[in-house]
Design a binder for this molecule. Structure first.
Ligand code: ATP
Ligand code: MG
Length: 770
């Protein structure tokens, strides 16, 4: 899963099936033409990326074309700046429209002519009511609308008025052109919808040539038809527009004609997605521009350092279905980490430096250590020289004068490892006499531990990153976090902007190892233990380095937002056990039959019920997951990454809990994404369930990802027949009597043989193929 190519064919979905059927039925002579139709009234966001990946992806997969069409029928909000930004973003995402670049404004003359055709055939009329009157006579969902007094105008009169509308005789709002359909239709969109309105406005392409502009519902289907689009794919909020789409094409167009299909729009937690809202944030200065790295705009994601590959991978995983939902931002972060893991060399930086003087290190000396860029589970090579000296910096966070339980990093009298260097012991704490703040540590190192291991075999519990004072380079670090502090900012009472996260950017001034200075400015790094970073493409310079944090190494958010115990190991990313506070009160919880189950608080009960409703988990299982927030969080995050809730729940309940015994999650090294990955490896047949248990045991011990354990230890399930055949043959040969019995009709022996093959392959054979 971790190295699943993000550029292969996209995942199957219902639209793909429709296209396959249309091809089989020879509906468009096998042709497939899709389009991405943005309105140039803002920058594209990651929701648009989903639509882009879908439309361009389908065209590629079916050897068709995908058009980029600017839906520019609204002169007041459109701007050439947006047109250029949109083109740039689509290209950056990796898609190419070749010569298929179009504008709805190119079709103004044809659209006008089609409108006259509707008038001539009695299907459209000029209405001279005010906007207000039109709105009031449209009725409601429960009440029919009423006909306009102008609905019975003759075709001749309508044509005359419409031509005069075009020639500029009337002011804005004096008349509109409406389709004559049915004011009592249950579908409000069909109640004589507006087709044209008067707007004396300058259009960025057609200038002052027009003062009437077509409405979306008229221009869009016809633009599709003019371009010979076959499948017009849009988001679900246009479902009710489909009837009108069909009406326009049935009455103002011939065949062949496109059909509209709707899919679920992307809604992402902790952010807003509409261009109007994004514009509001930009305009009022809540962010620094359309490319602010906190925004979900393509420009913002790009500046932040996220790659097009990870966005495409994400879009491929979110799913194209016909039901709206919200996507957990953990999935996006997973895709980003998954991509950067293989792309980002590991180097060291300290964002919040604490000075450390190594008292027994020779004065005025330094040395260079040869340090690999890649961890052993990334199949890449290369190293750099990292200088070490008498004075270094470590992360302020990595020291506690009075360490709480489970804080294993540096503290007075304690020994830790400096990554790739030496063991270090803290002997003395130097404080500012006025403020009491720790300003320096005096430490000693053990020269025999060079490289990070003690010849006498003694162990330390923590490894810290560091940089040398004399050699490191100052840098600014911009630590980005979620833009909003609640998952769905639009859903709360009051102004959605009140939910902006005040800590969505934290700026730190620290230091980075010197090796980065001469690197290509586009390199993404993993700053060890801190996250993935790259140089801000706008504000970083050779003389003043600025690094953007692209993503943290793991999800620390859950801990912060749920008010986790701040004295616990902050880098563990998880709360301490909530066992004590979890056993308060009972509520309408699934009845606990099992004595493993504690009573649930109302919130926990709600969570458990939610699991039963959403994932059809057994009540007991759901209650057990909900009873400890760390387990529930682990479950939620893993399910967001790999959609097999039952299996993930089983792994947590049986394997994770067994591993934990009475301890909390911080005691084992288990990332939600790693658990998800493990289950995915079983689901896609890479490993068997039995092997998965061994992998799991190694994972929680070493913190390594399951796929790298599988790769390293060669644990892939053997599904290849040519590899299995010799195994099967040798088993059959070693049990000649049983084989004879089997051949004689004792079919039940099949289980015995499969079992033997499994043993012989040490559990790696795929039993189904065997
Ligand atoms: P917004 O609501 O953000 O302003 P929009 O729908 O008005 O977006 P358009 O420029 O009209 O923006 O959209 C171009 C295409 O992108 C449309 O086909 C639209 O359905 C699609 N699209 C817009 N937002 C999303 C989303 N969140 N998820 C998937 N597709 C989207
Ligand atoms: Mg729109």
């Amino acid at each position: 899963m971790s190295d699943r190519p993000s550029d292969g064919k996209s995942a199957p979905n219902f639209i793909r099936s429709i296209i396959e059927k249309d091809i089989a039925d020879d509906k468009y002579e096998g042709r497939v033409a899709t389009r991405f139709p943005p309105e140039p009234n803002g920058y594209l966001h990651i929701g648009h990326a989903k639509s882009i990946c879908l439309n361009f992806g389908l065209a590629t997969d079916f050897d068709g074309t995908c058009h980029l069409r600017f839906d520019d029928t609204n002169p007041e909000t459109e701007d050439p700046e947006y047109v250029e930004a949109i083109k740039n973003d689509v290209r950056w995402l990796g898609y190419d429209w070749d010569d298929k670049l179009f504008h709805a404004s190119d079709y103004f003359e044809t659209l006008y002519e089609r409108a006259e055709h509707l008038i001539e055939t009695g299907k459209a009329y000029v209405d001279s009511q005010t906007d207000e009157a039109i709105r009031l006579t449209r009725g409601s969902v429960t009440e029919p609308g009423t006909n306009s007094p102008f609905r019975t105008r003759s075709a001749k009169e309508n044509l005359d008025l419409f031509r005069r509308m075009r020639s500029g005789e009337f002011k804005d709002g004096e008349h509109v052109l409406r389709a004559k359909i049915d004011m009592t239709s249950p579908n409000m969109k069909m109640r004589d919808p507006l087709l044209y309105r008067i707007r004396h406005a300058h259009h960025y392409r057609t200038g002052d040539e027009w003062c009437i502009y077509p409405m979306y519902d008229f221009a869009h289907p016809l633009s599709d038809a003019i371009e010979n689009i076959t499948h017009s794919i849009c988001t679900l909020e246009f479902e009710n527009n489909r009837e009108l789409y069909d009406w326009v094409l049935d009455n103002a167009w011939d065949t062949p004609r496109p059909y509209q299909y709707e899919f679920n729009r992307l809604n992402l937690d902790y952010t807003v997605m509409s261009k109007r809202k994004l514009l509001e944030l930009v305009d009022q200065g809540s962010v620094e521009g359309w490319d602010d790295p906190r925004l979900p705009t393509i420009a913002g994601l790009r500046r932040r350092g996220i790659t097009p590959e990870s966005i495409r991978d994400f879009c491929d995983r979110v799913g194209v279905v016909r039901a709206d939902s919200r996507v957990d931002i953990a999935l996006l972060e997973y895709c980003i980490r998954n991509d950067l893991n293989y792309r980002a060399p590991r180097v060291m930086a300290v964002v919040d430096p604490l000075r450390v003087v190594i008292t027994n290190y020779p004065d005025n000396e330094s040395e260079e250590l040869d340090v690999p860029y890649w961890p052993h589970d990334v199949p890449k090579e290369g190293s750099r020289r990292v200088p070490f000296g008498k004075v270094i910096y470590i992360e302020r966070d990595d020291f506690r004068e009075d360490p709480p339980r489970k804080f294993y990093r540096l503290a007075p009298g304690r020994e830790v490892r400096l990554r790739y260097a030496y063991f270090l012991t803290c002997d003395e704490v130097v404080k500012d006499p006025d403020s009491g703040e720790v300003v320096e540590l005096r430490c000693s190192y053990d020269p025999a531990t060079r490289g990070g291991d003690a010849p006498d075999g003694r162990k330390v519990k923590a490894t810290l990153h560091w940089v040398s004072e004399d050699h490191s380079v100052p840098a600014e670090f911009r630590l980005y976090d979620r833009l909003f502090s609640v998952p769905n900012p639009e859903e709360t009472d009051g102004d959605w902007k009140d939910n902006l996260n005040p800590d969505s950017i934290v700026i730190k001034h620290g230091r980075v190892e010197p090796s980065v200075v001469d690197d290509d400015s586009k390199i993404r790094y993993q700053f060890e233990r801190l996250g993935y970073f790259w140089r801000d493409p706008v504000e970083s310079s050779d003389s003043a380095l600025v690094f953007n944090r692209i993503v943290t190494l793991r999800d620390t958010w859950a801990k912060i937002s749920s008010g986790g115990d701040q004295s616990s190991d902050s880098r563990s990313g998880r709360k301490k056990s909530l066992k004590a506070q979890d056993t308060v009160g009972t509520a309408r919880a699934p009845e606990p039959k099992d004595k493993r189950l504690p009573a649930l608080s109302p919130d926990q009960a709600k969570r458990a019920n939610d699991y039963v409703d959403r994932f059809q988990l057994e009540g007991d299982d759901a209650a057990l997951l909900a009873s400890r927030s760390e387990l529930g969080d682990l479950f939620d995050e893993a399910v967001a990454v790999h959609d097999n809730p039952r299996s993930i729940a089983n792994w947590i309940i049986h394997e994770v809990l067994r591993e934990l015994k009475d301890d909390d999650l911080t005691s084992i090294r288990l990332e939600p994404s790693a658990l998800a990955e493990l289950v995915a490896l079983i689901d896609d047949g890479t490993i068997s369930g039995r092997i998965a248990k061994d992998v799991f045991a190694q994972m929680v011990e070493s913190g390594e990802s399951p796929s790298s354990i599988v790769d390293r230890d060669n644990l892939d399930q053997i599904s290849d027949r040519s590899q299995l055949e010799p195994l099967v043959r040798s088993v059959v040969e070693s049990f000649p009597e049983k084989a004879a019995e089997y051949r004689g009709g004792k079919q039940g022996l099949i289980g015995f043989f499969v079992g033997q093959v499994m043993r012989k392959s040490q559990g790696k054979a795929n039993p189904e193929i065997v």
